[in-house]
Unconditional design. Structure first.
Length: 126
C-alpha cells in the first residue's frame, strides 16, 4: 500500500524538515516546496493526500493559493501551521476551506493526530 503523499509548502525548508521528523518519514511520502506555483503544479499532478502550509509572521501570502488548491481538489485536506496567532490571522484563515489550523507552539502528538484525521478524510474522498 502506498504511503500518503503530503506536500509541505513553506518559505523555510527547516519547517518541512522538522514536520517530517515529527510525523515520521516512514508513515508519509513527504514533498517540500517553497513557492505557490510549484504547490499548484504538485496538486495538478494528482496523488496528493494532504497539503500543509506554514505561515510566518512576515505575511499570509501563502493563503492566496488555498482557493486554487481547493478548486483542483475540493476534498484535499489543507492544514495551516502558523508560528504566530492573532485574531486577524484567524479571520483570514476562515475565509478559506481549511481542514485544520495549528498555531504554534503545538505538541507532536497533536500534529500526528491531525495528520491521521486528514489521511482518513482524504481516503474517504479518493
Amino acid at each position: 500500500m502506498p504511503l500518503p503523499k503530503v506536500l509541505t509548502f513553506s518559505k523555510d525548508r527547516a519547517d518541512g524538515d522538522n514536520f517530517t521528523r515529527i510525523v515520521g518519514s516512514e508513515r508519509y511520502e513527504m514533498i517540500w516546496t517553497d513557492n505557490g506555483p510549484e504547490a499548484i503544479v504538485q496538486a495538478l499532478s494528482g496523488g496528493l493526500d494532504i497539503v500543509v502550509i506554514f505561515l510566518r509572521k512576515r505575511g499570509y501570502r501563502e493563503l492566496e493559493y488555498i482557493p486554487c488548491l481547493n478548486s483542483i481538489d475540493q476534498n484535499l485536506p489543507i492544514i495551516v501551521v502558523s508560528d504566530h496567532d492573532s485574531l486577524k490571522l484567524q479571520r483570514e484563515i476562515r475565509k478559506h476551506k481549511v481542514f485544520y489550523y495549528l498555531p504554534q507552539p503545538v505538541e507532536a502528538d497533536e500534529i500526528r493526530a491531525v495528520m491521521r484525521d486528514a489521511v482518513a478524510a482524504s481516503a474517504r474522498h479518493h
